[in-house]
Design a protein. Structure first.
Length: 410
């Protein structure tokens, strides 16, 4: 426990020291400054039961969202509390209409945990994917609040499964139930005598099917498309663009390209505009301009990506040249051939799609060019779309399995 407490203390010390110089750290500190007072004011006088959902970031929110919305529909008398650890979740979804109280998760400490559980008085707590906080889950357990982990995924090398990982195994024992993404995670938990587990699958499959069924029309993109095929580059990082820049230069104007960076930084947007001067335009600058002369549309806002994939014929998913691959399912649900970098092994759905030969990891421009030339054949594209859609439909249903357990428990 001492090491855990020290790691938490040093982490937050680093965040506070970095805040004057780092935007994300600044948001993390600022967002928590008046959190308690604001949350207490919002909860004052509330007599309705509360269900607490916690997500680390935006990706985990998308996994939790189908359950949040199914819960709200089945239990309209409940208030929904939604917490985030990271600004990339909170800042994008702080006005999400599906929750009554939205706030940052404070530092994991015994004091904060007691205060949070006392304030919320939740009847249920749902933690998404990787969120395993010692004090919060322990206090929930002590107060006899059912706490479940959904869309959970484990790997053999994690601390929970090491001989010296006893403290972290005890955190897992605070949970009432685990709904894992795959059988491997189920087996790993059972190998350490945690049997309150079932394989439900990944709730993101339910979410992307919902999104595809209600995709938003974007007039600017329709005008930009102008009857040509669009190659969507989603959640890109500079490392991805090193591979993609020569690809764009080779294939425009045969293809049109939409670039949606993972983070919006003015210097990176400006660099892209300079790289493709004369053929690129920012989404915010379109207005009434004729788009036929442009072959690169740069998205300088957040929140459109899932709808943008609906206009695509191909997609490159960013992140797999760096820390990790971003959401492939948002694009796969539309039957698009997918491309991404080599660091995808931690993502079960990506491994599945590669095995199905509907997604293609590449290491450089030459590999991307070679595989694209094979994939762009109409018969190949059609076969990929069919396999992609069959796979996603077959993986749906995790939300209902979770709701069945909740219904039997509340």
């Amino acid at each position: 426990m001492l090491l855990y407490n020290l790691s938490i203390w040093f982490y937050w010390l680093f965040v506070r020291l970095a805040a004057p110089f780092h935007t994300k750290a600044k948001l993390m500190v600022k967002g928590r400054q008046n959190m308690w007072a604001e949350l207490e004011a919002k909860l004052k006088g509330n007599t309705a039961p509360v269900a607490w959902f916690h997500c680390a970031s935006l990706g985990e929110f998308e996994q939790g969202r189908p359950v949040i919305e199914a819960f709200a529909q089945q239990y309209p008398e409940y208030k929904i509390a939604l917490s985030f650890f990271s600004p990339s979740g909170y800042e994008v979804r702080k006005n999400y209409a599906g929750a009554h109280y939205i706030f940052y998760l404070p530092k994991d400490s015994a004091t904060n945990a007691r205060k949070m559980v006392s304030l919320l008085r939740p009847k249920l707590a749902v933690f998404v994917k990787y969120e395993f906080w010692h004090y919060f889950t322990q206090e929930l357990k002590n107060q006899n609040v059912p706490v479940i982990s959904i869309s959970t995924i484990f790997r053999e090398g994690q601390l929970f499964f090491k001989p010296y990982g006893g403290f972290y195994r005890n955190i897992l024992r605070n949970f009432s139930w685990f709904f894992t993404q795959n059988l491997q995670s189920d087996n790993l938990l059972k190998s350490i005598q945690i049997n309150n587990v079932s394989v439900a699958g990944d709730t993101r499959f339910d979410r992307v099917l919902q999104t595809a069924a209600s995709v938003k029309t974007i007039p600017v993109v329709e005008a930009f498309k102008a009857g040509k095929e669009i190659f969507v580059i989603g959640s890109s990082w500079p490392e991805d663009m090193q591979v993609l820049v020569p690809f764009l230069k080779k294939y425009q104007p045969e293809l049109k390209f939409i670039i949606a960076p993972h983070e919006i930084h003015e210097n990176e947007i400006a660099a892209l505009c300079h790289e493709f001067a004369g053929t690129a335009i920012r989404f915010s600058e379109v207005k009434t301009r004729d788009l036929t002369e442009y072959s690169v549309l740069i998205i300088d806002n957040i929140g459109m990506l899932s709808s943008l994939y609906g206009y695509g014929s191909y997609a490159f998913i960013g992140g797999a040249f760096g820390k990790g691959l971003h959401n492939t399912l948002e694009a796969a649900v539309f039957g698009l051939p997918l491309f991404f970098g080599p660091k995808y092994e931690k993502f079960q759905e990506a491994k599945d799609l590669v095995a199905l030969q509907t997604a293609f990891p590449v290491n450089n421009f030459a590999e991307l060019e070679t595989v694209f030339e094979n994939v762009k054949k109409p018969e190949t594209k059609n076969a990929i779309a069919a396999r992609q859609k069959t796979y996603i439909a077959g993986q749906a249903g995790a939300t209902q399995k979770i709701m069945d357990w909740i219904s039997a428990t509340l």
